[in-house]
Write a protein that binds this ligand. Structure first.
Ligand code: HEM
Length: 457
């Protein structure tokens, strides 16, 4: 079965401009869906310079150069200011996601205990329990159409609260998700203002409600911290690790505001991304009966009828390949923005200090010089013998180098456990004629959600 003989499912692709867009059309698209402003050439060239401010902006798609930026000379390429400007209002300017240098390093070290391999495996019961709750909920309305993007957000939100906050705190999950979405929906405006060099206090549609939403999210985190100060957790969790940590430079602990920023970072970064990987995977599987059959066969053989346990994870190799391929076509984090911190040589180019350097992960993952039939859904690309031949700069759903996603292993094991549990009991049927287009709101979401018919097997 190959893409060449037409047997593989090939989702429709978003159209990208072949000629430069005029400023107005560019801005309109930027507000609407920043992904749709990327030139078609990012899927075809190794690098691409586009006009932007004084120095221009460089897109880097060539795997060895991607590796240089993120790993080889990563110190010369810190996160671009657009990251603080877009994410800072939600998670603070100096949390683990946004900080740089020594301020970042100790927070990263502080947050690492819950992400050790053994600890992640101890979370398997939480991953599986959340998936079983979802199976029961969806199974009860078998035959109905359900927004799977929403259903997966709820599933992974429960996981994050259960694993990172010992499940002790009750949240209004629906409101939480809505406030995050409301904020993310304004990100196109922030990007447009950055392009036009407008100050960030200028109003734009949705700004006031988004900021009120941010205050709600912060207040929820402050409540968790206050509760923890009174009643310790029965098992050490992420919050305990963060509370116990001290900055090696001056011996100070995190303030409550810093703790809140970091908790929010983990809750936001740690559930929507994994939920999107699962959402796109379910939709792709729904179009690929052969993939679905192989998945079912693997799950029945490796797991049987009981819950997915730590001992099963290694055997669920094809399930993992399906998740990997879904994240290739639809990387939940579609772009990694960096900036040259100094005058620097990249390949055969001299970059002036201050040049933005963007790694368009979505384009690298669909690049015609890197992949055969880049638009086709083919989990066999990640079969071990093939995956070994991939350049490490060619596939980077979790980024690379020092700033690589701290939750990468957690997310992959979680996604495998949830997918295996769901697919064994339920069938997810795409709606006829529904072609979800990817849209960027920081993350890569299906425009209009992902309605699918859910049936009990
Ligand atoms: C499929 C799921 C996920 C994807 C695709 C993803 C993707 C990414 C990417 C690409 C980065 C690097 C950004 C950059 O270099 O600019 C990142 C960083 C990060 N991710 Fe994830 N992530 C996922 C799941 C998670 C989970 C489950 C957690 C936590 C529970 C998490 C927490 C973080 C944090 C805290 C950072 C910042 C790390 C640092 O700068 O030191 N992510 N993620």
């Amino acid at each position: 079965m190959t893409a060449a003989d037409g047997a593989l499912f090939t989702p429709e692709v978003l159209s990208h401009p072949v000629e430069p867009l005029g400023l107005l059309r560019f801005l309109r698209r930027l507000v609407d869906n920043p992904l749709a402003t990327w030139p078609q050439a990012v899927f075809e060239e190794k690098t691409l310079e586009v006009p932007f401010g004084k120095r221009g902006l460089l897109f880097v798609m060539d795997p060895p150069l991607v590796d240089e930026v993120l790993v080889g000379i990563a110190a010369a390429f810190p996160k671009a200011p657009i990251i603080r400007r877009t994410i800072g209002p939600a998670v603070g300017d100096d949390s683990i996601f946004t900080a740089e240098g020594a301020a970042w390093r100790w927070q990263r070290r502080a947050a690492s205990p819950p992400f050790r391999h053994g600890t992640i495996l101890s979370f398997l019961p939480a991953f599986t329990a959340s998936a079983i709750t979802t199976v029961d909920r969806l199974g009860a309305s078998s035959g109905d159409t359900v927004d799977m993007a929403e259903a997966m957000m709820e599933t992974t939100f429960d996981v994050i609260v259960e694993t990172m906050l010992s499940g002790r705190t009750r949240f209004d999950t629906k409101r939480f998700g809505e406030e995050i979405s409301r904020y993310f929906d304004t990100v196109g405006w922030i990007a447009a203002y950055t392009t036009l060099r407008l100050p960030d206090w200028l109003p734009y549609p949705g700004r006031r409600r988004a900021m009120a939403g941010n205050r709600f999210l912060r207040a929820e985190m402050a409540r968790v911290i206050a509760e923890r100060r009174i009643a310790p957790s029965p098992v050490p969790d992420l919050l305990d690790a963060l509370i116990a940590a001290t900055d090696p430079e001056d011996g100070r602990a995190m303030t409550d505001a810093e703790l809140a920023d970091n908790l929010l970072t983990f809750v936001v970064a740690g559930h929507e991304t994994t939920a999107l990987a699962l959402t796109w995977a379910l939709w792709l599987i729904g179009h690929a009966p052969a993939v679905e059959a192989r998945l079912l066969d693997e799950v029945e053989r490796v797991v049987g009828a009981g819950p997915v346990e730590a001992a099963h994870i290694e055997g669920l190799a094809y399930t993992k390949q399906v998740i990997q391929e879904a994240m290739r076509l639809y990387p939940p984090a579609p772009i990694i923005p960096r900036i040259a911190a100094e005058d620097v040589t990249l390949g055969d180019r001299q970059l002036a200090k201050g040049t933005p350097v963007y790694i368009p992960v979505y384009a690298v993952h669909r690049h015609k010089l890197i992949w055969d039939h880049p638009a086709a859904f083919d989990p066999d690309r990640f079969a071990p013998e093939k995956a070994r031949q991939l350049h490490r700069g060619a596939y980077l759903p979790f980024g690379a180098g020092p700033r690589i996603c701290i939750g990468a292993a957690f997310a992959q094991i979680e996604a495998v456990a949830i997918l295996a549990t769901l697919i064994r009991s339920l069938r997810f049927v795409p709606l006829p004629g529904h072609r979800p287009m990817p849209t960027t709101r920081l993350t890569l979401r299906p425009e209009g959600g992902m309605p699918m018919r859910v049936e009990r097997r």
